[in-house]
Write a protein that binds this ligand. Structure first.
Ligand code: ATP
Ligand code: MG
Length: 582
């Protein structure tokens, strides 16, 4: 478009100036010819010769010649009969010649039907007188000499020039378009590749770099973009690393961490939260909406300092949680959100409960025999001591209660010693048959008294176990004693020992009875201190409820394990797993 406009303006300007240039040239030419003619012009009074003069010289000057008198009347003309021609005085060129000494005009001739250029010069007397007399009197206007030339040729030439200019312009335009398109193409392809590059960067492909192909502004742009991508990549890497670090820290925490914003929306949580509340977030949201947590969050926002409370959730499993809420300080004083830390305190709470129960149990266990002893001693002091029969019976009761007291204290001491790690077990290679034989020896009488059959079955070539002999006897005595105690008359208690087929490094010693059994709900609690399924029966049997607790601990220090299976009314099997001595 720019080329089109430029060549158009140039063409117009050229044709215009050329036309006026050529016209001036023609005018000058015609004037010089007219001046030449003036010197050969016959006297204006010789009317017929004037016409002849005009006609004869027409071809020499190649222009129409017209001679007028001072009034504008045509005296002679090269092309027409003078008498038929109108007065020329008021024509433009004649008027101009009259005033300025020479005149020109371009006009459309109605007789010739084309544009003509006219020049006119005044004819003055002195021009002729000069030659003859040499006097210097003021020249007198005699008439006018007019030359006319059709502009057809000039116009034709101009048209041709114009055509050439148009053709030239068209060629220039074509060239400009071809050059422009190829330039635009190469520019476009470069810009398109830059666009694609920036899009890839926008999509996060920051490893990408563009080749700098030129040293121009585009080259600089590409260089800058490359630098930008590099810088961005480095900064993102730092951000990613920081994020990863934070995530690792959060993931390695043992407490659940939850961050909520000012509106209670969850911003962040760590994997422990999922462990506590399950993968389904609905449970967590429910807890978050609970009164306790809502109050905590409100309190934190108000106090702007740490507050804590405790909650208990029942699903996915029952856990006690200590919740600590800490405000996240915002730019202004008002907190931006809250960090909630959930700590599983189920175990701690259970231990606390166990401690409380233990103290209560010990006191209770001690009170019963002590009350009995005190009662009987007081009765004796009150005079029963004199009644010998009664006195002996009472003293026997006192003795049995003191036995029970001392057994209780022994058991407690053993237990606490094991727990404190005070009891050293000395492990040696112990043949199982030997140990079982001594246990049977100790309890045979008790079983006989109760009418219970006591047996031992073992596979041949039973290997020895690695254990503390006395402790192993203690374990077995406790278990067999339980079997006898909780089996009715006529029942059977058997000890079976064999090497485990699936784990050949382990010896399994099973103590089976056909007794009353233990309800399933009570199984997990066996081994707790003072836990007894049937308190009255246990007490009647002289039990303290500490036997299994001691056994459990002793098995543990032997790096063995114990499993109890039972069916109410059918019997109980306690399986001991102990390492085989190699
Ligand atoms: P201790 O052993 O201290 O004299 P205990 O026998 O009552 O007293 P544990 O040996 O710890 O205490 O046993 C705890 C409870 O487990 C018993 O009171 C009883 O209710 C139950 N129990 C243990 N062994 C058996 C068994 N073989 N059959 C039925 N119940 C059992
Ligand atoms: Mg027992």
């Amino acid at each position: 478009m720019v080329v089109l406009l430029c060549t158009g303006v140039l063409g117009l300007y050229l044709t215009f100036t050329l036309k006026s240039f050529f016209i001036t040239q023609i005018e000058q030419h015609l004037f010089s010819e007219a001046n030449l003619l003036l010197s050969y012009l016959p006297d204006l009074s010789e009317n017929p010769s004037l016409d002849k003069f005009a006609r004869s010289l027409k071809h020499q000057v190649e222009a129409r010649i017209t001679i007028l008198n001072s009034e504008g009347k045509v005296l002679g003309d090269s092309d027409q009969i003078p008498s038929s021609m109108e007065n020329h005085l008021f024509r433009l060129e004649i008027q101009e010649a009259l005033q300025k000494g020479k005149g020109t005009a371009i006009r459309f001739s109605s007789t010739l039907h084309q544009n003509l250029i006219y020049v006119a010069l005044p004819i003055k007397k002195s021009s002729r007188a000069l030659e003859t007399s040499g006097t210097s009197e003021a020249p007198k206007l005699m008439g006018f000499l007019q030359l006319a030339l059709p502009l057809t040729e000039l116009e034709h030439n101009l048209q041709e020039i114009q055509n050439k200019i148009i053709l030239g312009s068209l060629m220039a335009m074509l060239l400009a378009v071809i050059l422009g398109i190829s330039l635009a193409r190469s520019l476009e392809s470069k810009i398109l590749s830059i666009i694609a590059f920036t899009q890839r960067i926008a999509h996060g492909e920051l490893e990408e770099r563009m080749k700098v192909t030129s040293q121009d502004e585009l080259g600089t742009l590409i260089q800058n973009l490359n630098q930008m991508a590099e810088k961005l990549g480095e900064e993102l890497k730092v951000v990613f690393e920081e994020k990863k670090e934070k995530e690792t820290i959060l993931a390695s925490l043992t407490d659940g961490v939850l961050v909520v914003d000012r509106h209670g929306k969850i911003i962040l949580s760590n994997p422990v939260m999922e462990k506590l509340f399950g993968p389904d977030t609905s449970k967590l949201l429910e807890v978050l909406q609970s009164q306790t947590i809502q109050n905590l969050i409100e309190e934190v926002q108000e106090k702007k300092s740490k507050v804590s409370d405790e909650i208990q959730i029942l699903s996915p499993r029952k856990i006690d949680l200590a919740v600590e809420a800490v405000p996240i300080k915002g730019e202004e004083e008002s907190p931006e959100g809250t960090i909630l830390v959930f700590r599983d305190v189920t175990r701690i709470k259970r231990l606390e409960q166990m401690r409380v129960d233990f103290v209560a149990n010990v006191s209770h266990e001690l009170r019963t025999p002590l009350t009995a002893i005190k009662g009987f001693v007081e009765t004796l002091l009150d005079g029963a001591i004199d009644d010998k029969d009664h006195a002996v019976r009472f003293l026997k009761i006192v003795a049995s209660h003191s036995d029970r007291l001392s057994r209780l204290l022994d058991d407690l001491l053993t237990l606490s010693n094991i727990e404190l790690g005070k009891i050293k077990i000395e492990r040696s290679v112990v043949p199982v048959e030997q140990v079982v034989q001594s246990v049977l020896l100790m309890l045979q009488q008790k079983a006989l008294d109760k009418g219970i059959q006591l047996t031992f079955e073992a596979s041949k070539d039973l290997p020895p176990v690695l254990a503390d002999r006395d402790r192993l006897i203690q374990i077995l005595v406790n278990l067999v004693d339980n079997g006898i105690k909780y089996t009715e008359k006529g029942g059977r208690v058997s000890i079976e020992a064999r090497v485990r087929e699936d784990q050949p490094h382990l010896m399994e010693i099973a103590i089976k009875d056909t007794g009353i059994g233990i309800p399933e709900s009570a199984l997990p609690r066996l081994g707790e201190r003072f836990y007894r399924v049937d308190k009255a029966r246990s007490r009647a049997e002289g039990g303290t409820g500490l036997g299994l607790a001691i056994v459990k601990h002793l098995v543990e220090v032997h790096e063995g394990s114990m499993r109890i299976e039972s069916q109410v009314g059918k019997g109980t099997t306690v399986r001991l797993m102990l390492p085989i001595a190699t």
